[in-house]
Design a protein around this ligand. Structure first.
Ligand code: ADP
Ligand code: MG
Length: 761
């Protein structure tokens, strides 16, 4: 089914942005040199003395400096890729790099500015121009837009922005996003609108758009389906998919000091990018049989683009300023590795999930229905013309081809005719005096129903043809004004530009090859005219090789350091996660009953599709003894009932307990921890003394007459110095409490119990 091709490498280009105003103002040094002709990036290390330090050199498929134009990048690097998508290949463009180095500028750019718009808008133009120039082909273009943030996939075009989508895999079509919305677009303007909607949704909810975009991956997907008749008159469909990926910033998300949720967040943000790095590493090292695509959503989704059947271009964006040198080097190393990934692109011919085929089939079906209808109509009309009654008689046969050219006017005429006829008949009935009233009503009703049916049928027909039209309008065909002169000229211009780009590429390749040859030729010059010359040349050679050795050593050192750093960070993350896990274990061990724990453990299972643990819903499983059985309802009652309530319902006439749902349970009393009270043993002498003392007490009486007496009068004999706490009159209730130990008759004495106050010295 698919035409296989030989393998080709992932194309890697580097683009260095200009110094921004802030960097210029702060007088930062530029440490990046760009050799466009040779395709080389040279990075000097600003820290070390420039004399001793050899600059680091990286070679790529092509490089672009700060003066590069968007359209140059497009023509040289992206246009060939988009062209192959139009042929039915899958293609992917990644923008990789530190935040603020121009990933979004490269992908989107300034949309309203033709000069500064990026790959995405340029590809829109490219795709639709290509279609308009095509001949004898039918196209269907659709777009999707999604975002991966913290390992969650969000559909940027869906109405419900809170929903998270999942990845699914099918053996025939590979990994896809379940329920991802895609919009069929008919023009540049429409697809631009789709992108704008997605961009708006992307920024909604993000408090800081810069930060959000630097932590999430945005993927814009354009699917182009093309159908064409081959020489044998057979219809073939090719489907090309273009992924335009604006990756998260490649700088390390700081994990230092982060704990709990924040740590997890930082870990997750890094996950997709580090998984991408791991996939690249294991693809290029050639020894590993296992490629860890499944480690992250991004790598799973773009599996085809890395070592798969797609064509891939990676744009590494870097900044020139000295303070970014570490990140710049990391980016260059990362993308340098990616150069060695081999893909095996092939054309997707007649895939099962082509939407275009569905469209074509649906249109054919609808057309057939329409034809059937008009066939029926013609038949009826024909019969009527023959003098038959024109009754609707289904006979399923279709009339001949000539009906196809029945035009709109004809149709409208037919409907009008029918309606008028019915109207006439209705009037005739109304005016016919020979009929009985009842008969008239019946006949009228019948006619009315017929009119209604007629209307319905007409509407259905109209709807059908509208649907066909709508569907057909989505299928794009070109070749309408092929002879257009300007069109022709533009085409030539583009062709020339393409040629120039091609030439440039070849030139660069040749230069690179020459550089390599140079070294070889040096070795070949074995014959020396004199000893002196030999020494000279060999010294030169030695110097060159020594410089190379030093560069490699420095590189090894740098890479080792980077590895150590990465390992330390991973260890830190691991420690934090282990600590977290231990805490959870402790909580489970100490606070969750074993029985409950087992229940959960039994319900847990690993979902292979989503790759995480899930809990089965609680259902009654016959042989699951872990599950508690619910008490059964008492016979005749709606709910389980206690024995007590049941008895009460039977014996007592009242309504209480009739709908009760209370279980009678014995109170579970706590175990006693105190002893019985034991009276102290009192010596007989003391007891007698006490008894006599108590016997003398008179009954205390309260006399309310002293209520208004002045406060603060002399205390009664033997009394202590007492003062009422406040001058506020007490409530009557309190005053009736006969507890005052003082004589009630003494003037000015309080009526209430008082604290004894201070004991006088
Ligand atoms: P990223 O998406 O990598 O975080 P941006 O694309 O947002 O970075 O770029 C940051 C800033 O630098 C933007 O203001 C952008 O206009 C500017 N910029 C980036 N690359 C270029 C370039 N090649 N030429 C001019 N300006 C650029
Ligand atoms: Mg960005």
């Amino acid at each position: 089914m698919s035409k296989s091709k030989s393998s080709e490498s992932v194309k890697v280009v580097v683009r260095c942005r200009p110094m921004n105003e802030r960097e210029l103002a702060a007088n930062f040094q530029s440490v990046v040199g760009v050799d466009v002709k040779l395709g080389q990036i040279v990075v000097r290390n600003p820290r070390e003395a420039s004399a001793s330090e050899h600059p680091k050199v990286f070679t790529f498929d092509s490089v672009y400096d700060w003066n590069s134009k968007q359209i140059d990048l497009y023509d040289e690097t992206f246009r060939p890729l988009v062209d192959s998508v139009l042929l039915g290949f899958n293609g992917t463009i990644f923008a990789y790099g530190q935040t603020g180095t121009g990933k979004t500028y490269t992908m989107e750019g300034v949309r309203d500015d033709i000069e500064r718009r990026g790959v995405i808008p340029n590809s829109f133009e490219h795709v639709f121009t290509h279609i308009s120039r095509s001949q004898n082909q039918q196209y269907l273009v659709r777009a999707s837009y999604l975002e991966i943030y913290q390992e969650e996939i969000k559909d940027l075009l869906s109405k419900d922005q809170t929903r998270r989508l999942e990845l699914r895999e099918r053996p025939d079509t590979g990994v896809y996003v379940k329920d991802l919305s895609s919009f069929v677009t008919k023009s540049v303007r429409e697809i631009e609108r789709v992108m704008n909607v997605g961009n708006q949704n992307r920024s909604v909810g993000a408090t800081n758009m810069n930060e959000h975009s630097s932590r999430s991956h945005a993927i814009f997907v354009i699917t182009v389906e093309c159908s064409e008749l081959d020489d044998d008159g057979e219809n073939h469909i090719r489907v090309g998919k273009l992924n335009l990926v604006d990756l998260a910033g490649s700088e390390r998300q700081t994990k230092t000091g982060a704990q709990g949720e924040r740590l997890k967040e930082a870990t997750k943000i890094n996950l997709s990018l580090s998984a991408l790095g791991n996939v690249i590493s294991s693809l290029v090292d050639g020894r590993s049989s296992h490629i860890p695509y499944r480690d992250s959503k991004l790598t799973r989704l773009l599996q085809d683009s890395l070592g798969g059947n797609a064509r891939t271009v990676m744009v590494a964006n870097i900044g020139p300023a000295s303070y970014n040198v570490e990140e710049t080097l990391t980016t260059l190393r990362y993308s340098n590795r990616a150069k060695n990934i081999k893909n095996k692109p092939h054309i997707n011919e007649d895939p099962k999930d082509a939407l275009l085929r569905e469209f074509q089939e649906e249109i054919a079906r609808l057309k057939e229905q329409l034809q059937k209808r008009s066939g029926r109509k013609k038949k009826r009309r024909g019969r009527r013309r023959d003098g038959s009654d024109g009754e609707d008689q289904e006979n399923g046969e279709m009339e001949d081809e000539e009906e196809e050219d029945e035009d709109e006017d004809d149709k409208a005429d037919y409907w009008r005719e029918q309606q008028e006829k019915l109207e006439r008949e209705r009037k005739a009935i109304m005016e016919d005096h020979s009929l009985v009233a009842e008969g008239k009503v019946l006949l009228l009703k019948e006619k009315e129903k017929k009119m209604e049916d007629l209307k319905k049928e007409r509407e259905a027909g109209e709807m059908l043809s509208a649907k066909v039209k709508a569907m057909e309008s989505k299928l794009l065909v070109g070749g309408k004004n092929i002879v257009d002169h300007t069109n022709e000229q533009q085409k030539m211009l583009e062709l020339r530009r393409q040629e120039i780009a091609e030439q440039k590429r070849r030139e660069r390749e040749m230069q690179q090859q020459m550089e390599n040859r140079d070294e070889e030729t040096l070795e070949l010059k074995e014959t020396y005219s004199s000893l002196h010359q030999e020494v000279d040349i060999k010294t030169k050679k030695l110097k060159k090789l020594f410089a190379k050795l030093q560069a490699v050593k420095a590189e090894i050192h740098d890479i080792q350091e980077a590895h150590i750093n990465e390992r330390q960070e991973l260890e830190q993350t691991q420690n934090e996660l282990t600590r977290d896990l231990k805490l959870k274990h402790l909580i489970i061990e100490n606070f969750i009953p074993l029985e409950e724990k087992n229940k959960i453990v039994n319900r847990a299972y690993f979902d292979e599709e989503d790759e995480y643990w899930k809990i089965k819903p609680i259902t009654r499983i016959e042989d699951d003894h872990q599950m508690m059985s619910r008490p059964l309802s008492a016979v005749g009652c709606r709910r389980p009932l206690s024995h007590y309530a049941r008895m009460a319902m039977i014996t007592r006439p009242e309504m209480r307990y009739k709908g009760e749902n209370i279980m009678m349970l014995d109170l579970d009393l706590p175990a006693r921890t105190t002893k019985e009270y034991q009276e102290p043993v009192i010596a007989p002498k003391v007891a007698a003394a006490l008894e006599s003392a108590l016997k003398d007490e008179d009954e205390i009486q309260v006399d309310a007459s002293g209520f208004h007496s002045r406060l603060g009068s002399a205390p009664p004999a033997g009394g202590s110095l007492k003062k009422p706490k406040s001058s506020r009159p007490r409530t009557g209730k309190k005053s009736s409490t006969p507890t005052s130990p003082y004589s009630p008759s003494s003037p000015g004495s309080p009526l209430y119990p008082q604290s004894r106050g201070l004991v006088p010295k």
